[in-house]
Design a protein around this ligand. Structure first.
Ligand code: BGC
Length: 397
C-alpha cells in the first residue's frame, strides 16, 4: 500500500510538472507571437473593463449639415448596442462651445472621447487636460492639428475625394479627348478644416496640367486656396461668393462650364447662385461630396452633376470597433482590420496624417464618385439608400 501511495504521489508530481512546463511554453509562444498591435485574445484585456459602466463622450461640430446629425445618431446607437453609456453633444459650429462641451464630458467622467472638431486647426486646451487624465481621443473625420492628445484618426482618404471631383470635371468637360478651352471656378471648404486643404489639393493636382496648358481657364483668377475657401462650409456664403463672381466676371455672356464644389453644402449655394444669376443656357457642371438628400435630388433633376459618397455607417463601425479595442486595453493597429469582418475597404496609415506633432495612426476608408448613372448601383443596390416612389433617394439608416 505504501508503494502504491508513493507511485500515485510520483504520478501527481509529474503531472503537475508537465502542467507547469506546458503552461510556461504557451505563455512563451504567446510572447513570441505577440504583435505590437492587438492580436491579443480578449481574455488578456483589461480586467476592469465592462462596457456597461464605461461612457463614451461624443462631441459633434454642427447640426446644420445632414451628415453630422447622422454621424452622431449612428455613433450613439452603435455604442449603445454594445452596452456602452453614451453622452452626445453638438457644438453648434462654435469653437468655444465645443471647448465647454468637451470639458463637460470630462467632468462627467467619460472614458473615451470621439471628437469631430469645429475648428480642427486650433486644438482646444481641454484636449491637453483629457490627455493628462488618460482619456483616449479619437479624432473623427477631421484630423485635429497641433496636439499630441490624439490617439487615433478615423476618416476617409480625403485627398482621393478631391481627385475624384477633379477627374470627373476633366472627363465631363471632354478635356481628355479634345483640345478645347473651358471656364471653371472653385468653391472650397472652411479653411480651419484640415480636410478642406486635402480636397483642394486632390482636385488641383488633377486640374493643374489643364490650367497650365490653357485648356482650363479660371476666369475670376481665383485659384489660390485662400481665395476660394467658404467660411463655415456655409451654403449661404458659397451662394454669395458665386453670385459676386457671376456678376463680376460672367455678366457679359461669358460662358461658365463647371464649378468644382468641395462638398454638397457649397454645391447647394453654387446651384442657387447659378439658378438666379447665370445668364448662359448651358448646364453648368457642379461637383459635391456627402450624398445629402437635397443634393441627390438635384442630381436626379440634373442640377448637380456628381457627389462623392462616403459611407458614414462604415466610418462609424471602424470608430466603434477601434474604441472597443482601446477600452479593452489593447493597442489597435493593422490587426483591427485583419480581425474584423467589415466587408468594406479600410487602410491603416501610420505615416501620412501628420498633425504637426507627428503622424497620427489613421484608419482611412475609400470614397466613391456618384452620378445619376451609377447612383442606383452604388447607393441603392448596396442598401445605403432607398428610393421612394417619387424617384428620390433617402438614407436607409
Ligand atoms: C467633412 C465633409 C463635410 C464638411 C462640412 C468635412 O470635414 O469631411 O464630409 O461635408 O466637413 O461639414
Amino acid at each position: 500500500m505504501k508503494n502504491f501511495n508513493r507511485i500515485i504521489s510520483v504520478i501527481i508530481t509529474a503531472a503537475f510538472l508537465v502542467f507547469l512546463l506546458v503552461g510556461a511554453s504557451i505563455t512563451e509562444n504567446k510572447a513570441d507571437h505577440e504583435d505590437t498591435d492587438s492580436d491579443k485574445s480578449d481574455t488578456e484585456t483589461s480586467a476592469s473593463f465592462n462596457p456597461y459602466n464605461t461612457t463614451i463622450g461624443i462631441s459633434m461640430p454642427s447640426r446644420k449639415l445632414e451628415r453630422w446629425n447622422r454621424d452622431g445618431a449612428l455613433l450613439k446607437k452603435q455604442f449603445e448596442d454594445r452596452g456602452y453609456q453614451v453622452e452626445l453633444i453638438y457644438a453648434d459650429d462654435s469653437y468655444e462651445k465645443q471647448n465647454k462641451d468637451i470639458q463637460k464630458l470630462m467632468n462627467d467622467h467619460v472614458n473615451l472621447l470621439v471628437i469631430a472638431a469645429v475648428d480642427a486647426s486650433t486644438p482646444t486646451k481641454t484636449l491637453d487636460k483629457a490627455k493628462e487624465a488618460g482619456i483616449p481621443i479619437i479624432s473623427y473625420d477631421r484630423l485635429i492639428m497641433n496636439t499630441d492628445a490624439i490617439s487615433y484618426n478615423v476618416s476617409f482618404n480625403n485627398y482621393v475625394v478631391g481627385k475624384l471631383q477633379g477627374q470627373y470635371i476633366v472627363k465631363a468637360l471632354g478635356l481628355t479627348n479634345y483640345d478645347v478651352t473651358r471656364n471653371i471656378e472653385f468653391a472650397e471648404g472652411d479653411a480651419s478644416d484640415s480636410n478642406a486643404a486635402l480636397y483642394y489639393n486632390g482636385e488641383y493636382d488633377v486640374l493643374k496640367p489643364y490650367i497650365d496648358n490653357g485648356n482650363i481657364r479660371v476666369v475670376s483668377g481665383q485659384t489660390d486656396y485662400d481665395k476660394v475657401t467658404t467660411d463655415g462650409w456655409s451654403t449661404a456664403n458659397a451662394e454669395k461668393r458665386m453670385k459676386n463672381i457671376l456678376k463680376s466676371f460672367y455678366a457679359d455672356r461669358q460662358r461658365l462650364d463647371a464649378v468644382v464644389c468641395a462638398n454638397d453644402s457649397t454645391a447647394l449655394g453654387v446651384t442657387r447662385a447659378i439658378d438666379e444669376e447665370y445668364q448662359g443656357r448651358n448646364n453648368v457642371i457642379i461637383t459635391g461630396q456627402d450624398g445629402d438628400e437635397e443634393n441627390l435630388k438635384n442630381i436626379v433633376d440634373g442640377k448637380q452633376s456628381m457627389t462623392v459618397f462616403k459611407a458614414l455607417s462604415n466610418e462609424v463601425i471602424v470608430t466603434v470597433d477601434l474604441a472597443d479595442e482601446i477600452l479593452k486595453g489593447l493597442t489597435p493597429g493593422e490587426s483591427l482590420i485583419r480581425n474584423s469582418n467589415w466587408g468594406f475597404k479600410c487602410t491603416y496609415d501610420t505615416l501620412s496624417y501628420d498633425n504637426g506633432t507627428g503622424a497620427i495612426p489613421s484608419y482611412l476608408l475609400m470614397p466613391t464618385a456618384v452620378t445619376k448613372e451609377n447612383m442606383q448601383k452604388v447607393l441603392v443596390d448596396t442598401g445605403y439608400y432607398t428610393v421612394d416612389k417619387d424617384g428620390y433617394l433617402h438614407p436607409a439608416d
